[in-house]
Design a protein around this ligand. Structure first.
Ligand SMILES: Nc1ncnc2c1ncn2[C@@H]1O[C@H](COP(=O)(O)OP(=O)(O)OP(=O)(O)O)[C@@H](O)[C@H]1O
Ligand SMILES: [Mg+2]
Length: 146
């Protein structure tokens, strides 16, 4: 299933993020893609405003992982912009996470080998100074084989 949104402001991107978060079960992995300044952190801020309204979201670029607990479900926010290989990823503790809670990962293009099967993929693209295209892809993983 694919959904495409056009956002024309930061606030609209946050709102789309909040609405997206309201559709989650609480155990998903969300792989985010998009250039510098595309609005990935803004989208996650919107997600967190729904999941954990009392949590504050900053860009985790320097910490790699931010955890937001105490909300409807845990939210683990990764930013792997600086990750260049699997050893570096491993040492962040990335592989200890998925399980319970929602993981959302900025710069997933850097770690294609580590994105779990069935992840929701979200791509943000610049269309103009304040315009962004946000594409959400959920693979149904439907098995029609029998
Ligand atoms: N429609 C929009 N949606 C989101 N951000 C927008 C929009 N229009 C303008 N902006 C601006 O774009 C920037 C988005 O920053 P943000 O930190 O969310 O991007 P990012 O994709 O996380 O970048 P990085 O790769 O550096 O982590 C902000 O400065 C914001 O004000
Ligand atoms: Mg960011």
């Amino acid at each position: 299933m694919k959904k495409v949104y056009i956002s024309s402001s930061l606030e609209q991107t946050e709102k789309i993020g909040a609405e997206f978060a309201a559709s989650l079960n609480g155990d998903e992995f969300i792989a985010m893609y998009g250039d510098l300044g595309a609005g990935k952190t803004a989208f996650v801020r919107g997600m967190a405003s729904y999941i954990c309204p009392l949590c504050r979201v900053s860009s985790p670029s320097y910490t790699l992982i931010n955890e937001y607990v105490g909300g409807k479900f845990p939210l683990y926010h990764f930013d792997v912009y600086r990750i260049t290989d699997d050893d570096a990823l491993y040492s962040t503790g990335f592989y200890d996470y998925p399980g319970s809670g929602v993981c959302v990962c900025e710069w997933s293009e850097n770690i294609p080998y580590a994105i779990p099967q069935g992840a929701i993929r979200i791509t943000l693209e610049h269309l103009g100074e304040n315009e962004r295209r946000i594409t959400v892809i959920r693979d149904q993983n439907e098995d029609f084989s029998d």
